[in-house]
Design a protein around this ligand. Structure first.
Ligand code: ZN
Length: 210
């Protein structure tokens, strides 16, 4: 673990077998009681058996993900503003996921601070959206978790923003999946800053806390 943390103080991008090891470490780390430990390990095994499948679809590279995160740190101080000392892993396992092409897993530390890891397996459903756009979308979820502590709950300011710029009908439609829209808007804003003239719309399904 220390070798990962030496790379960057706030985040690490891991692929292949390293990603699998960190996945187990993060999922398993907080259980101490023996019975709970056995139960928890069983649930992790079941999750791996049920949810992860062989796949050959596109996947972001470690280099590209690192480049994006470095850009966000340089221009927005993203790590300091969003992670506040907690370490985020971006995991790129060499397989696919039965339900999600990408998802966030939120954690709460001892100080009740919420942060996330991002999982980006090989794409199974949406093989057209550039994986960099999908990573930006997930980082939008990470920022949302920082603001509200809950991946499903939007910030009050985002709700107010939509009320100000949208018709009541459009606002109602957006607020049916507000955190998905928040993540889209975040990705579009960063793509604009990067000079992309045509923002893309990741078609990943709703992220969730597992
Ligand atoms: Zn999403």
């Amino acid at each position: 673990m220390s070798s990962f943390l030496e790379r960057h103080p706030s985040w690490s991008v891991c692929s292949g077998i390293q990603a699998s090891k960190v996945y187990l470490y993060r999922a398993w780390g907080k259980v101490r009681n023996l019975e709970q430990n056995i139960e928890h390990l069983s649930s992790i095994i079941n999750e791996i058996r049920n949810d992860f499948i062989p796949a050959e679809g596109p996947q972001i590279t470690e280099e590209s993900a690192t480049k994006l995160l470095s850009f966000l740190d340089r221009y927005y101080d993203f790590s300091s503003n969003t992670l506040s000392g907690n370490h985020m892993f971006v995991l790129l396992p060499g397989c696919g996921h039965r339900v999600f092409d990408a998802f966030c897993r939120p954690y709460t530390n001892a100080d009740h601070f919420s942060f996330c890891d991002i999982f980006m397996p090989r794409a199974v459903k949406d093989i057209k959206t550039p994986p960099e756009c999908i990573l930006l979308h997930e980082l939008g979820h990470v920022l949302n978790v920082r603001l509200t502590g809950d991946i499903e709950v939007p910030s009050a300011s985002f709700q107010k923003f939509n009320e100000l710029i949208l018709s009541p009908e459009d606002c109602q439609a957006v607020m049916q999946e507000p955190t998905e829209m928040y993540a889209h808007v975040f990705a579009m804003a960063v793509l604009t800053a990067l000079g992309r003239t045509k923002p893309c719309y990741p078609q990943t399904r709703k992220s969730k806390s597992l």
